[in-house]
Design a protein around this ligand. Sequence first.
Ligand code: BT5
Length: 259
Amino acid sequence: MQRTQLESYLTSLPLSAFRYYESLGSTNDEALAWASQGAPDFSLIIADEQTSGRGRLDRKWFTPPHSALAMSLILHPTTIERAHPARTTGLLALSLAESLLKLGLVPEIKWPNDVLLSGRKVAGVLVETTWMGEELEAMILGIGVNVLNTSVPPAEQLLFPATSIETELGHPVERTELLREILERVLEWRPNLGTDAFLKSWEGSLAFRGQQVQVEGGSEEPIKGELLGLNTDGSLLIQDEHGKSVTVQFGEVHLRPLA
Ligand code: BT5
């Protein structure tokens, strides 16, 4: 990815500022630091390679050079984003899912933060926050996308099977074009984050809807049941084995289908 090429692709978008790195530890770490130094709303950080990319619970996220998208968007949260922070994870996941749909693929969002193609993970979202005392200062919306075949980590390093857009499509795609497409979707959805239309689109993209799933996480017993959909706050709604509606809060949980 060349800086000049990136600049020409992004000039039409109302980005406040952007920083591009050929190699960086983690775009989320850089965004957290930049946010605390006063980065304006809708500033973007992109890295061609990450040497210590992070997932949830400090799990590793692999971003080898010249093959993936690794980016973090800094938002100064609006009232809606403060009220429904989980929706910002949905915002990025849905924006990518719609971009993939446009390429002719059939993406699914594995709640809470993965995007799947053919049941394999093609992307992960990591949203983090900075605080000024008790006041939420900034939200960092990070996403890593496996674009080319060479971005897919070896199977033994993974908890869940992975794929890339190139693998699924049968031909490579231009990373910068995909980036612009995702950002355009984010810009379209962001003002509508509080609407039912957003919730319905997010819910409509969910993997395993109507299927039996198991959710593990926290200190709770695993929950088994049918995945019904989303509550308005972005938490997951499941009908358990006894027919009871159970809500799974957004957080460090692991969802899998019960085959
Ligand atoms: C995620 O965490 O899926 C969130 C990943 C967010 C990465 C972006 S890249 C830009 C920004 N900067 C960062 O430092 N992070 C964000 P989680 O649900 O915890 O999944 C992590 C797990 O995904 C790992 O334990 C691996 O098993 C697997 N994994 C790692 N790299 C992968 C890859 N490239 N493709 C598919 N799976 C991967």
